[in-house]
Design a protein around this ligand. Structure first.
Ligand code: NAP
Length: 549
């Protein structure tokens, strides 16, 4: 326990109650932030709702959960020793391995002694004297800190569908992001999956292997390219380790911190044959290459996007035997890559199995969940009975985890209210009127390959805290001008991107959450190097764009 009330801060920093910083969440960002603050000699406390570390990888234990980006590119890069001692078993590791990795990190750096588990933060209130935050947990206990650092994750507030009768089902019902720790057997069972995003796709292809019968309820199909996962043996892992410095350097140079970078050619600068051959090559390449390493214009030029869209549609038609089912699996309302592409392993072949049925709920909407299953209406009224219903219905993304905490800044202003008519941030890290609140992976930051973005975000926040301590500052706050300029910039870099014209969690849409039916620019969609350059500039100039006191 590191608490010690009203003690002088390090280097004569003005006294603070309880902690120098409270961090909400012990996922990838919270763990690393704790490590960095400890290096500064600060007293930090992490409050984590779960019973263990890992965040996303703690909660999302659903069958088939695994990386869509290369395991090694997802590792923390800050410790050479950690990189040397950890071996990944697959190019795209499964959730159990990733959770083992994050536990290994927590053990290695003895992080758990400053983490309080089973502790969900209910309220956070800014106070002026002394500057800091009062934090109340769901159990009613109160804590104080100079800084409040949110490490709540952009995809960690799960949402259930707004369908009548949810909760009345008497069989087993699971949301994928609240999956039980004990194994769930599907053998011989009648299983329903609702939702076909990245999570639904991974779940469906796994559950279909053993379920007695699987019914998939699909509202919007997605463009799913093959993952092409494979094992990593000792020799290959040694080669990967030898190449870590170059690999991490490359990740910092690419647009979204992935290993893949767009081909400099335009889609129509090559012949039809060359284009087709390039698409074939990408379709056969492991990971996000077909999305992130495609022709430079596929996500901005409608004609270019139509070319890759047509290519992937042809693949789906080739792989799904029943042409009617294939057509249902082909997205009609968005082009390839304009939503996050779910990576798949024999996903389309699942629909060739006799024990799997696809229900398009645009034709036959789910009317209600019943005690024994669900009923559909529309062109075909039907009653389905199930033993298990799996909700792969996603998250109240980006702002959802903030909305679920009563966060109040200067004058008691609720953060949720402040953002009601549009997100406003400074570098995605600070909010005007919420001094000393620092967000990791908050709205308006560059997401991409998440751990790469997290490491930068945490290091920047740590630099700001270090500066505050060195200058004996007790209050750091974004200015209105700084917020206006950053928010305008985020909007302008999003212009022309086809993904911002499509409904998805990336544009702030969630049909299951009141008030989230209008698109917004929720994330920074410029390049990660440009994002870092801007943040570096602010730090290099002594954080003069902030209000410091
Ligand atoms: P999602 O992409 O938001 O998908 C949710 C699915 O549920 C969609 O198909 C949605 O349909 C459907 N749905 C929601 N409400 C519904 C309702 N009331 N009735 C019927 N269907 C409904 O969520 P997700 O699949 O959990 O993925 C979210 C993100 O998490 C991904 O995009 C990715 O960034 C991340 N993720 C990463 C990995 C990985 O790295 N391996 C794996 C899984 C997820 P509509 O599309 O029509 O709304």
């Amino acid at each position: 326990m590191t608490a010690s009330k009203e003690t002088p801060g390090p280097n004569g920093w003005a006294p603070v109650p309880d902690y120098d910083a409270i961090i909400i969440g012990a996922g990838i960002s919270g763990l690393y932030q704790l490590y960095r603050l400890r290096e500064l000699g600060l007293r930090a406390r992490v409050f984590e709702a779960g019973t263990g570390v890992g965040g996303t990888w703690y909660w999302n234990r659903y069958p088939g959960a695994r990386f869509d980006s290369e395991s090694y590119s997802y590792s923390y890069s800050f410790s050479k020793e950690l990189l040397e001692e950890w071996n990944w078993s697959e190019h795209f590791a499964g959730q159990p391995e990733t959770l083992r990795y994050l536990n290994h990190v927590a053990d290695k750096f003895d992080l758990c002694r400053d983490i309080q588990f089973r502790s969900r933060v209910a309220e956070a209130r800014y106070r002026d004297a002394p500057h800091g935050w009062d934090v109340t947990l769901e159990d009613g206990s109160r804590h104080r800190a100079r800084f409040l650092i949110t490490a709540v994750g952009p995809l960690s507030a799960p949402t259930m569908p707004r369908i009548e009768g949810v909760g009345t089902f008497q069989g087993e019902a699971y949301h994928t992001a609240r999956w039980p720790h004990a194994p769930v057997s599907f053998a011989g069972k009648r299983v329903a999956v609702i939702g076909t995003g990245a999570t639904g796709v991974q779940t469906i292809q796994e559950v279909a292997k053993t379920a007695g019968h699987l019914t998939v309820f699909q509202r919007t199909p997605n463009w799913c390219p093959p993952l092409h996962n494979s094992k990593i043996d000792a020799a290959e892992m040694a080669t990967i380790k030898a190449g870590y410095p170059q690999m991490f350097k490359r990740c910092l140079e690419t647009f979204a911190c992935f290993l893949h970078t767009p081909d400099p050619r335009g889609t129509f600068e090559v012949s039809d044959e060359e284009r087709e051959a390039f698409f074939e090559k990408l379709y056969a390449t492991p990971g996000f290459g077909i999305w992130q390493g495609n022709f430079r214009d596929i996500l901005t030029d409608r004609r270019a996007n139509a070319a890759i869209t047509d290519f992937v549609a042809r693949k789906i038609r080739q792989r799904v035997k029943d042409p009617k089912v294939a057509e249902k699996l082909i997205p009609k309302n968005h082009g390839f890559g304009t939503r996050r592409v779910p990576m798949e392993t024999k996903y389309y072949e699942v629909y060739n199995q006799p024990n799997v049925r696809l229900v398009d709920i645009n034709e036959t909407p789910i009317e209600r969940i019943t005690a024994h299953g669900l009923t559909t209406g529309g062109i075909e009224t039907a009653e389905y009975e199930f033993d298990i219903i799996i909700y792969a219905t996603g998250f109240d993304a980006i702002t959802g985890s903030f909305d679920r905490i009563d966060i109040r800044g200067v004058g008691g202003r609720l953060l949720k209210d402040k953002w009601k008519n549009g997100l406003e941030t400074y570098l995605g890290v600070l909010v005007e009127g919420f001094p000393n609140m620092l967000m990791l992976m908050g709205p308006h930051t560059a997401l991409g390959n998440i751990p790469r973005s997290i490491e930068y975000n945490v290091d920047w926040v740590t630099g700001l805290v270090r500066h505050a301590r060195a200058q004996n500052l007790t209050c750091v706050e974004a200015t209105e001008a700084g917020v206006a300029s950053w928010t305008d910039h985020v909007k302008s870099v999003g212009e022309g991107l086809l993904s911002n014209e499509v409904n998805s969690w990336m544009t702030g849409i969630n049909s299951n959450v009141a008030g989230k039916q209008t698109r917004m620019i929720a994330r920074y969609s410029g390049s990660a190097p440009a994002y870092r350059a801007r943040c570096d500039e602010v730090a290099a100039k002594g954080y003069g764009e902030l209000r410091l006191a």
